[in-house]
Design a protein around this ligand. Sequence first.
Ligand SMILES: [Mn+2]
Length: 428
Amino acid sequence: MLAFLVLHLLASSVVLASQRAGAEDDLRETAQHRFNEDLNRAGDLDDEEYHSRFGPQVDLPFSGPLSFAHLPYSRCLDDLHSVTTPFDIAILGMPFDTAVTYRPGARFGPYGIRSGSRRLWDKRAYSLAWESTPYTNATKVIDCGDVPVTPFDNKAAVAQMEAAYSTLLARPVPENTCSHEVPSMGRSCSTRSLALDKKPHPRILTLGGDHAIVLPILRSLHKVYGPITVIHFDSHLDTWPVEGYFGLDDMSTLTHGTFFWTAARENLLKNGTCVHAGIRCKLQGIQDISNDEDVGFAIISTDDIDDIGPMGIVQLIRDRVGHGPIYLSLDIDVIDPSLAPATGTPEPAGWTPRELHRIIRGLAGLNFVGVDIVEVAPAYDSNAETTSIIAAHIVHELLSMLVADGPPKGFRSRLLAPKAVLPHKGEL
Ligand SMILES: [Mn+2]
């Protein structure tokens, strides 16, 4: 009986392997078939009334299927080895919100951020501040859709998110990405020098989801890069110990306020290099600060910006993080809730989007291996979708930051005298 089972398992694995190879061939054939079909169809289109009179069927800002900034959309987890759509940067939704302590709803975050991005598109993405666009031929950015996270079992959900992230991290970058002679921080090729296997890995911009999604992400990144330095924009610390939370099994300790503590316990963080920026939440007491330092973080408070300005914040962060692999995690509640109300645990007296944009620009050129934006819960948004729109434009800044070699000089009005001394001179 045992021998039969072994034989059966062996036979099954051979069948599975051949099915995988077959699926890969099918994908290649499908892509080629679609390409040929498009070529054949091109000749006929001019004969058709609509095309001959009005041209191609383009998606307008308010029309078409929903992807971030109308980027190419692919269910990347089904695209074996990225055969049809290789990428440098993947936008990946993690619609998970079953680890929150107050308002649920961040499972709609990926939808909300994509919806807020409808006026962004590659043909109109050049910004004055960057004097460039993140959607260039040098970097392939695609929307990889969402991980189909279960809302009923956090253990399974965490396993899904880690598996999905690891799967995409293991994908090859496009062939031309590492063919340029001059190494560039802006290209995913730069991850080669940081990875333990010395291979280039794509970078993932994750749309949360509540903040607990960062635990499976850090587990994935740790496998590829070793201990990770975290730059954490948030009004909350999220380093609280899991003691005191009640539940029947270990997964009850996964909350959106404790995941960094757990990550530190698992040695995923590079202690002494991580930094929070924008902190202003109420604490249990001074013991929260010493616990936070034990976890590996230093705090930059929301109010610090009044004393040292956005560029002072940038300098504190750059001086702290060092040269190892860096993960940037951004909770939308770092923005003031009068501007971005749609979030799970709002804290008044926060930063403006303009201040945050300038700080993000100042971080370009650091060794980023991944970024996220989390805690967007569109059900609490204004009728004007302010949070979703602010979040989408933060994503645009994050993409621009990932593909830039360093901070931009920034556009200055020609009406300003070249030698004018202004209060913000030197700021980005
Ligand atoms: Mn927060």
